[in-house]
Design a protein around this ligand. Structure first.
Ligand code: UDP
Length: 443
């Protein structure tokens, strides 16, 4: 095992899959650089310590209960989480500062999810240096910083959820792509993003899970706004290659042997991440799209993806025949392994940031059906800027375009995602910068 230094980092992820994954990946990256890692987590959606035997896990001992929040009200859920977690977090951090663990490695710094708005303030009171990790990309982050301007320009007063109108301040974004535009009361979301930006501006630095070659223009704009040291070191999952998973649901590995049986680049992998909920008509539309595609497909149908648990029995025979002949469904897949599998030819995704970056890293072209949050921005960039995917505008149309051009661009971007991590590459240098930055905290 590599040499340990005498620095402990406390990592505090937001308790959702799309936030836990990058934070634990970051933990593995920094562990490999000699740091001791403590994952401070909520009782709610607690990660599984057995998958990360080298980390120490401590709960803040919160009493957060998801059923207290309206499931579809994500800003409300985040605000409630912030309210419930602030005091337990402070107590636990204070305790950890005054009594280091059995190995007595002292705490050097906190790395907190950017949507925990209290964590950096608490750290400052306790004289702990704090870095911040936004779970999304730099482009969507920059869009968050201009939301007040977009609100002032009147974009939030129209019914933006389906609007194809261009956002003239930020091409090629359309109004429907703006985060929070679909919410009935976007003020709460704007407040959350405003807090996030304030927190980062007063932190000791921000870490991005992206790479310069992908998001350089947005990173330049973000730097002008934040004015704190930044470290661009992604794609995280490719710099900490390991079989350990941070999944909250059990991964069904039978899909890997099923993929082994399929022709090269033939399979459409379909997954809408950990939070999207589909209506009956949407699930039907996807089922028919897959049946019509004539391609083998692997579809992640996680519990609660569909409101109606009887959806499969109610599916048209056309789809059931296709499923029997050339399809497979699983409740949760080892997604990174699936995307890296040679049989996978396309990814039908909700365009969550982790999924987008994982697909880009493997050179898999995407079919995008974004739903909320940063997904609209990610999907627009995938289709119009990076041109490694197709945006399925106006709902779930049954279309599957092959497009050699998409594949070529996807493989060029894959190479860039890989090159940035090699010695001398942009993310490699970013990581050196981050490690040195943290080591200077105590000198
Ligand atoms: N994921 C997985 N198995 C699945 C579906 C998703 O491991 O069957 C992982 C995926 O690799 C990604 C994360 O869950 O790292 C989802 O994050 P993302 O940002 O894409 O979407 P979110 O769930 O936050 O909407």
């Amino acid at each position: 095992m590599n040499q340990r230094n005498n620095h402990r980092l406390i990592l505090f992820p937001l308790p959702f899959q799309g936030h836990i994954n990058p934070m634990l990946q970051l933990g593995r990256i920094l562990y490999a650089r000699g740091f001791s890692i403590t994952i401070l987590h909520t009782n709610f959606n607690a990660p599984d310590p057995s998958s990360h035997p080298h980390f120490t896990f401590r709960s803040i001992g919160d009493s957060f209960d998801r059923s207290e929040a309206t499931p579809s009200d994500i800003p409300g859920l985040l605000l409630l989480l912030n309210t419930r977690c602030a005091s337990p977090f402070e107590e636990r951090l204070q305790e950890m500062m005054s009594s280091p663990g059995s190995d007595s490695v002292p705490v050097t710094c906190l790395i907190s999810d950017s949507l925990f708005s209290f964590a950096c303030d608490v750290a400052e009171r306790l004289k702990v240096r704090a870095l911040v990790l936004p779970a999304g990309g730099a482009t969507s982050f920059y869009v968050y910083t201009i939301l007040p301007v977009l609100k002032e320009k009147g974009y939030f007063t129209i019914d933006g959820s389906q609007s194809e109108e261009a956002v003239t301040e930020f091409p090629p974004l359309l109004v429907r792509d703006i985060p929070a535009i679909k919410l009935q009361k976007p003020e709460m979301a704007l407040q959350l993003f405003d807090n996030m930006i304030r927190v980062i501006k007063s932190s000791a630095g921000v870490i991005f899970n992206t790479f310069e070659e992908l998001e350089h223009p947005a990173l330049t704009s973000v730097r002008e706004v934040l004015l704190v040291p930044d470290f661009v070191i992604g794609p995280f999952h490719k710099c900490c290659m390991t079989s350990s998973s941070s999944s909250l649901l059990a991964e069904d590995r039978s899909c890997i042997s099923w993929l082994d049986e399929q022709p090269i680049k033939s399979v459409i992998y379909v997954s809408f991440g950990s939070a999207v909920v589909l209506s009956e008509s949407e699930i039907l539309e996807i089922a028919l799209g897959l049946a019509d595609s004539e391609q083998p497909f692997l579809w992640v149908v996680r519990p609660r993806l569909v409101c109606d648990p009887e959806w499969l029995q109610k599916s048209p025979s056309h789809f059931l025949e296709a499923l029997e002949r050339r399809g497979k469904t699983v409740k949760w897949a080892p997604q990174m392994e699936v995307l890296a599998h040679p049989a996978v030819g396309a990814f039908w995704t909700h365009s969550g940031w982790n999924s987008t970056l994982e697909s880009i890293s493997e050179g898999v072209p995407m079919l995008c059906t974004p739903r909320f949050s940063d997904q609209g921005v990610n999907a627009r960039y995938v289709s119009d800027v990076w041109r490694v995917g197709v945006h399925l505008n106006g709902g779930l149309k049954r279309e599957y375009r092959k497009g050699e051009e998409l594949r070529e661009r996807a493989s060029v971007l894959k190479e860039k995602a890989s090159a940035c991590l090699r010695p001398g590459g942009s993310s490699y240098r970013g990581l050196d910068g981050l490690v040195n930055h943290i080591l200077r905290f105590h000198s």
